[in-house]
Design a protein around this ligand. Structure first.
Ligand SMILES: Cc1cc2nc3c(=O)[nH]c(=O)nc-3n(C[C@H](O)[C@H](O)[C@H](O)COP(=O)(O)OP(=O)(O)OC[C@H]3O[C@@H](n4cnc5c(N)ncnc54)[C@H](O)[C@@H]3O)c2cc1C
Ligand code: FES
Ligand code: FES
Length: 498
């Protein structure tokens, strides 16, 4: 039984399959067909809904999500808002009214998803007492709409609607101002957290580390599910049945972020959206990369643990974490163990996780003095695309020579990995053309990229070498402007902007 609210009204749904999506539940069981199915793979945004749940500080927040790849069971205790729930009688929500007035809709198929992304953006701009909503920056607008495709009107009128909606008088749906709704949902969420396991058929929802350990030991064959942004494609694209699932999203310990003098232990179920503000100061290049990780909808649900456990050779965070010497805390029935991330990836999609284990946390060390990090993601589109090649480079300069050089790549082997021979070519050397030429030659020898739809092996080898050359040029530019405020980080951000 899933107990949640839909557009302000309580819903209790029985007999929901373990691998049923929010989209299927909405359209088939509940007859709410405003939310559309385009790709069923998280790419087009036609199915965007808003899911309201309390955030870490207890504040109730509505975030956009792709209904096609969100498990229906994750709605337990949440408030699901769809395009049917925005208007108050005849009065359209500002997101809807602005789309009408700016002619942002032609086919109408993508429109409900775009309206829902605009709705969550409007509510976000309004948060913290901003009434009327705070003005939109270009970057915020692009981030909010990066996961919504429109093939026919073009994006200009949609962007105009986004920019205009803040000028419309608020037309709040009744549920938004209903204080008792938030209270009712809060009460149920709290009650749910108090229970140790809440099993619904084969969809288990442990709330504590102990409960997760026990479940995974009892059912080692069960698949773990976190944000489901990878796993759910097995059912929507490959049509596999996922009948035995353990959801780690509500395990309190996996949602914690613990700060120590050496760094941060980040729980395996922490979402990328939550991670971004943490990274902004110590590692702006890493934070900036996450702006290019999929879309807002995906980042709201995808977890760091899921990105690592998925063990894709083109996953975005593993190369950066390898360059930063991250460690993992794996946990299971036999207790916890620590492992350098470099020892986690064994072969294509094979990891060091035992059948009863899970990723409990990821340790991110603090940057040392003079530590530099640069990250470049190469993909065909800037928004919502997977890497063809990703390079993450960390080092420090000591009396003119490079030390602690870590060069890590995604898309250059069957696993995300460092390039030790290329690193050796730079370690202890001045960052000059000769050293980098040696590093590029070593790199070409030691990494064997594959050919696939994102790029040929030849392209990848050339691109990875070019990233090293770009690194050399940027270090040189940094030196040339050492007296300016044009820092290494700024150079990296500029590179992203172009
Ligand atoms: C449209 C789209 C765009 C995408 N773009 C990107 C991108 O730009 N960059 C990128 O890197 N990825 C991208 N992805 C892939 C995906 O979003 C990420 O890999 C994401 O981080 C997966 O996290 P999740 O929480 O959703 O994992 P899930 O899908 O829930 O799980 C993925 C795998 O990890 C396992 N797992 C989950 N949590 C744990 C845990 N704590 N311990 C052990 N095993 C666990 C699951 O059993 C499963 O095998 C994209 C996906 C889509 C659909
Ligand atoms: S249907 Fe395309 S993202 Fe869900
Ligand atoms: S209005 Fe539907 S694709 Fe553009």
């Amino acid at each position: 039984m899933i107990d949640f609210h839909l557009n302000g009204r309580r819903q209790r749904c029985a007999d929901v399959r373990a691998d049923e999506s929010v989209l299927e539940l909405l359209r088939t069981t509940l007859g709410q067909t405003g939310t559309k199915e385009g790709c069923a793979s998280g790419d087009c945004g036609a199915c965007t809904v808003a899911i309201g749940e309390p955030d870490a500080s207890g504040e109730f927040v509505y975030r956009s999500a792709n209904a096609c790849i969100t498990p229906a069971h994750q709605l337990q205790g949440c408030h699901l808002v769809t395009v049917e729930g925005l208007a108050e009688g005849e009065r359209l929500h500002p997101a809807q009214a602005a789309m009408v007035d700016c002619h942002g809709s032609q086919c109408g198929f993508c429109t409900p998803g775009i309206v829902m992304s605009l709705f969550t953006l409007y509510e976000e701009q309004r948060r913290n007492g901003n009434e009327p909503p705070a003005p939109l920056t270009q970057a915020r607008l692009e981030a909010a709409l990066g996961g919504n495709l429109c093939r026919c009107t073009g994006y200009r009128p949609i962007r105009e609607a986004a920019l205009a909606m803040g000028d419309y008088p608020p037309a709040d749906p009744a549920w938004l101002t209903d204080a008792t709704l938030t209270q009712r949902l809060d009460d149920r969420a709290v009650a749910a957290v108090a229970a140790d396991t809440a099993e619904t058929g084969h969809y288990a929802v442990p709330r504590s580390l102990e409960a997760l350990r026990k479940l995974k030991a009892e059912r080692p064959q069960a698949r773990l599910v976190a944000g489901a942004t990878d796993l759910w494609l097995e059912t929507t694209q490959q049509l596999k049945a996922l009948e035995d699932l353990i959801d780690v999203r509500r395990v309190a310990e996996l949602n914690a972020i613990e700060e120590t003098t050496e760094g941060w232990w980040i729980g395996g179920a922490v979402t990328l959206a939550r991670l971004m503000p943490l990274l902004a100061t110590p590692y702006p290049a890493f934070e900036h990369l996450l702006h290019r990780f999929a879309s807002s909808q995906i980042r709201h649900r995808a977890t760091l643990g899921g990105n690592i456990a998925n063990a894709s050779p083109i996953g975005d965070t593993p190369p950066v974490l390898l360059a930063l010497d991250a460690r993992l805390r794996l946990d299971g029935a036999r207790g916890a163990r620590e492992l350098p991330l470099a020892d986690f990836f064994l072969d294509y999609r094979k990891t060091a996780l035992e059948a009863d284990e899970f990723i409990a946390a990821v340790f991110l060390p603090r940057p040392k003095a003079d530590h530099c990090l640069k990250v470049w993601k190469l993909s065909k589109r800037r928004e919502d695309d997977i890497s063809a090649v990703l390079g993450a480079f960390a080092w420090r300069l000591e009396e003119g020579v490079m030390r602690d050089v870590h060069l890590a790549f995604g898309g250059m082997a069957a696993i995300p990995r460092r390039a030790p021979a290329a690193e050796a070519g730079l370690e202890g050397r001045a960052p000059d053309a000769a050293a980098f030429a040696a590093a590029r030659a070593a790199l070409a020898e030691e990494l064997a990229p594959m050919s696939d739809v994102r790029g040929s092996a030849e392209y990848r080898r050339l691109a990875a070498g070019n990233l090293l050359e770009r690194l050399r040029l940027m270090i040189a530019a940094d030196h040339a402007t050492a007296d300016d405020t044009h820092s290494a980080t700024q150079v990296t951000l500029d590179a992203y902007a172009h």
